[in-house]
Design a binder for this molecule. Structure first.
Ligand SMILES: Nc1ncnc2c1ncn2[C@@H]1O[C@H](COP(=O)(O)OP(=O)(O)O)[C@@H](O)[C@H]1O
Ligand SMILES: [Mg+2]
Length: 230
């Protein structure tokens, strides 16, 4: 069976402010099937966000292969990666990243690179309806609760009909009482639209409801355990 995401021999390091390079990731292999929902867990500073950025093409690896829906993205130019991301990947940020000057429906429309204005409007309205914001189309982010803002961000991330949704601690800034429903919403919408899902979360209860839990320190050969002072 072909994998929706297929990572091989992936390495990433960063230049350190104090000189030298910090090796963050060395992942021999990691795969996600089409439609599969995977929870990624791991310690802070372990490289979870870096991995999501690499998969989204927001960062380039030092070496290795990242194939998404059969396309190798590591060889693409920055422009090529931007285009591929717009067509194939949705991203939900920890801090939502909504544009404050735009209304809910305008923010969702920004998630669509293609299609006529009429089509985009219908799609955005449908998604906002499905995330429970039918009566908030024309509200700006500052006029919405934090949980509602994250719902708009979820609608935006799915607007372009991605094959893969990446969510980086999507409930970290949402109050605990709405965290479960936000996660459930992401999962249900991905299932309805046959989108593969990779979510970073700290919540083991949430993680245990996914198809699979991946511990980053088990797939990553770099040891981020703080050195003991003994
Ligand atoms: N642009 C960067 N330059 C230098 N170091 C970075 C950069 N981005 C991340 N790092 C370092 O990489 C490590 C992993 O960061 P990150 O992927 O954000 O971890 P996580 O999301 O698991 O908390 C951290 O030690 C962080 O300081
Ligand atoms: Mg992170």
């Amino acid at each position: 069976m072909t994998k929706l995401l297929d990572i091989n021999q992936l390495k990433k390091s960063f230049r350190q402010p104090e000189g030298g390079r910090l090796v963050v990731l060395d992942i021999p292999e990691f795969q996600i099937d089409k439609g599969e929902q995977v929870a990624l867990i791991g310690q802070s500073g372990g490289g979870k966000t870096t991995l999501l950025h690499l998969i989204a093409g927001l960062l380039s690896p030092d070496q290795g292969s990242i194939r998404i829906a059969g396309h190798e993205i590591t060889g693409l130019s920055e422009q090529g990666r931007d285009r591929f991301r717009a067509e194939t990947i949705g991203y939900v940020f920890q801090t939502f990243n909504l544009l404050p000057a735009f209304t809910a429906i305008e923010n969702v429309r920004l998630g669509m690179a293609f299609g006529s204005g009429k089509h985009q409007n219908a799609r955005a309205a449908d998604l906002l309806d499905r995330v429970g914001l039918k009566d908030r189309f024309n509200y700006r982010p500052s006029q919405l609760s934090v949980g509602q803002q994250q719902r708009v961000a979820i609608a935006r991330s799915l607007a372009g009909r991605p094959q893969l949704l990446l969510a980086d601690e999507p409930t970290a800034n949402v109050d605990p009482s709405s965290a479960d429903s936000v996660l459930l919403l992401i999962r249900d919408t991905c299932r309805e639209e046959d989108v593969s899902l990779l979510t970073v979360t700290h919540d083991m209860q949430i993680a245990s409801s996914f198809d699979r839990i991946e511990k980053l320190d088990e797939i990553n050969q770099v040891d981020h355990t703080p050195a003991s002072s003994a």
